[in-house]
Each structure stands twice: as C-alpha cells, then as structure tokens.
Design a protein around this ligand. Structure first.
Ligand SMILES: Nc1ncnc2c1ncn2[C@@H]1O[C@H](COP(=O)(O)OP(=O)(O)OP(=O)(O)O)[C@@H](O)[C@H]1O
Length: 350
C-alpha cells in the first residue's frame, strides 16, 4: 500500500535554475499518474526527486505515509525504468533480472522463481540466456521492466521508457505497461512529453509547464475541459485552434459570439467539432480557404486559412471533403463546442 504525496515541492539547481516551483500532488495507492509537459517543464526533475536521485530544495515528499525526503533511493521501496534501459551489458538477461535480488541476499531458488515469473509475465523467457546487445530495443525495454518487476516495489517510476522505440512498438509496449500495471496495481508515476501516450496510459494526468502544475485530471476531463490556455494548446492532436474574439467580431462570425462568458477574448475550437453544414443551435460561422488536404486513413485533416487572417486552422473530419485545395469554404462551430479563455489570465472563462 503506497500512496505518494508531494507537498509544496521545489527544486532549484545549484546554478539557480528553478526547475520545480512548488508542486502539490496526491497519487492514490494503485493509481497510474502520468506527468506530461513540454521539454524543460520539470517533469524529469520531479520524478527524480521522488526516486531520490535529486535532492529536494523545499517541501515534503511521502511514500506510503512515510516522509522520505532524506532517504537514499534504495531505502524508498521504488523501482525506476529509464529511457536508455540501463542494463548491465556484460550480464545475461537472467543475471540482469537476478542482480537486485542477489544483492539483497535472496536465496538462489527464490531468485530463480521470481525471475522466471517476471520473465513469463513479460514473455521474455526465451531470451534469458542472451546478453543485452543481442536484443532488440523492445526486448531490452521488457528486460528493464522485468528488473523493476522482480523487486516487487511499492512504487514504479517510469522516465520516458518508450521514447527510443519505433512508433508501432511504442503503441504495443504502451498497452502492455497499462495491462501489467492494472494487474499488479502498483502505484506508478510515468513521465512523457508525448500527449497521446499520456492520454492513453494515465488514470490521471498532471500537465506541467515551467515547473508548475497547470491541471490535474482524468485524460477525458482534461481533453473536454482544459483549465488553461496552455493545456488547451498542449493536449489534443491535431491541436486545438485558438482564435481571437476581436477577429471573429470584426467578421460578424455568428450568434454564438453574443453568448460568450464575461472576460473571454480567445475561443478554442477542437478540430473535430468544426462542421461543414450549419447546425440549428447558435454557432460561429466563417469562410476559409482550403490550403491543404491530408488524408490520414479513417479521418482527414483540412488545413484552412481564415479569410482576412494569416491564421491556419485545422479541421478533422471523417467525411472525405468534396472540395479541392484553393476552394473557399464556409465552416460552422456550435456554441456548446467552444472553449472560452482569457489571454490576460491564461484561464478558462467558462
Ligand atoms: N542537473 C541540472 N542542473 C541545472 N539545471 C538542470 C539540471 N537538470 C535539469 N535542469 C534544468 O531544469 C529544467 C527542467 O528540466 P527537466 O529535465 O526536469 O525537464 P523535462 O520536462 O524533463 O524536460 P525533457 O523532456 O527535455 O527531459 C530545465 O530548465 C533544465 O535545463
């Protein structure tokens, strides 16, 4: 049983870089929480503080109800899976898996049992006698996971474990990590800069920006109801379109403009909520030139330039567009699909 609690956690590196500027977060026992954000937002620093690989400048960190600020990594009952696998090259897969257990003085037949069990779970039994250099990237990542698994820790920490794998393998391993975590119910913190990976993997997401939390929530809460302009732009692919209300007002872009919450100066529009025919409900409407048509299998992306602006907007549709590049089209967005924000505060207005 191990919940993780971060209270007012701060990290300032010796050169004066404030990488984490006060983070409060509670991870429930058994939960898989993903830390996501752009490069440099502090997510690795935060994970490394939980691991004990970075000191804590200020604040309190507890794991399983015990304050661990001053404890060594080995005393925290955690196991970490890294991006670069960190396997011992001169050892076989079996030896790599057994190493931690051996160091802890576990008996030989018990080591054998635990290694075999982990290898079976990860389907790497046929690889046990091989050295890491004779393994593919995906196989190495499995071994790295196996090594974390045999330690049977209270907490798993994952630092971008899939970023060295190709796209197909990433998806496959992502699904496997999720299934494994569901089965073991080990509290997990997972760092990635990939918002799709974060959305599909996490029970909850923590969106970080410049060392601070922007929003915490389930993937769908964050997708449907981004709390800030930053989250609106970061989560979702293709990204949410953000348009200035002033620009739309100057073009008389529809009756939905009369209903915006006070303080709104920017509206966000998800590419898949834009319609090619007018809805009955209040809506926005504007003309745009189709610049590029992208067929992406089950869906298509239309890149359009709004009349009177240099701004490109993306539309996602599952209908093949009956149009050619260069055509001027009229687009419609129902008012209940609009996300309203204030540039001044960066916050959602309603
Ligand atoms: N050892 C260090 N000494 C000084 N500054 C550091 C150190 N490690 C990281 N930083 C700085 O702290 C900030 C946060 O870095 P961190 O690696 O935590 O970000 P990140 O979100 O994990 O980024 P990435 O996805 O690129 O790894 C950055 O400005 C980085 O330059």
């Amino acid at each position: 049983m191990a919940a993780i609690t971060l209270s007012g956690l701060k990290k300032t590196y010796s050169g004066g870089v404030a990488a984490v500027k006060g983070v409060d977060l509670h991870v429930e026992d058994g939960e898989l929480v993903v830390l996501v954000g752009p490069s440099g937002c502090g997510k690795s620093t935060l994970l490394r503080m939980v691991a004990g690989l970075e000191s804590i400048t200020e604040g309190t960190l507890s794991i399983g109800g015990r304050v661990v600020n001053k404890l060594e990594p080995a005393e925290r009952d955690i196991a970490m899976v890294f991006q670069n696998y960190a396997l011992y090259p001169h050892m076989t897969v079996y030896q790599n898996l057994a190493y931690g257990l051996k160091n802890r003085g576990v008996k030989k037949n018990e080591i054998e049992r635990q290694v075999r069990e982990a290898a079976q779970m990860l389907e790497i039994e046929p690889l046990l006698t091989r050295k890491p250099r004779k393994l593919s990237g995906g196989q190495r990542q499995r071994v790295a996971m196996g090594r974390a698994l045999v330690r049977d820790p209270a907490v798993f920490l994952f630092d971008e474990p899939l970023s060295n794998l190709d796209a197909k393998l990433r998806v496959q391993m992502r699904v496997e990590i999720k299934k494994l975590q569901r089965r073991l119910k080990t509290t997990s913190l997972y760092v990635t800069h990939d918002q799709l990976e974060a959305m599909t993997l996490g029970d909850r997401l923590v969106v970080l920006n410049e060392g601070r939390i922007e929003q915490v929530g389930t993937p769908m809460e964050i997708y449907r109801y981004p709390a800030t302009l930053f989250v609106a732009g970061f989560i979702g692919s293709p990204a949410m379109n953000l348009l200035a209300v002033e620009f739309l007002q100057a073009r008389n872009a529809g009756d939905a403009l009369d209903e915006l919450p006070p303080g709104t100066d920017t509206v966000g529009i998800r590419p898949d909520t834009i319609l090619l025919a007018p809805p009955v409900a209040p809506h926005l409407a504007f003309d745009a030139t189709l610049e590029l048509f992208e067929a992406a299998g089950a869906e298509s992306h239309l890149y359009v330039r709004l009349a009177g602006s240099g701004q490109t907007t993306v539309i996602r549709t599952d209908q093949p567009a009956p149009v050619a590049e260069g055509d001027i089209l009229r687009f419609y967005i129902p008012s209940d699909a609009l996300h309203c924000f204030s540039q001044a505060t960066g916050l959602r207005t309603g």
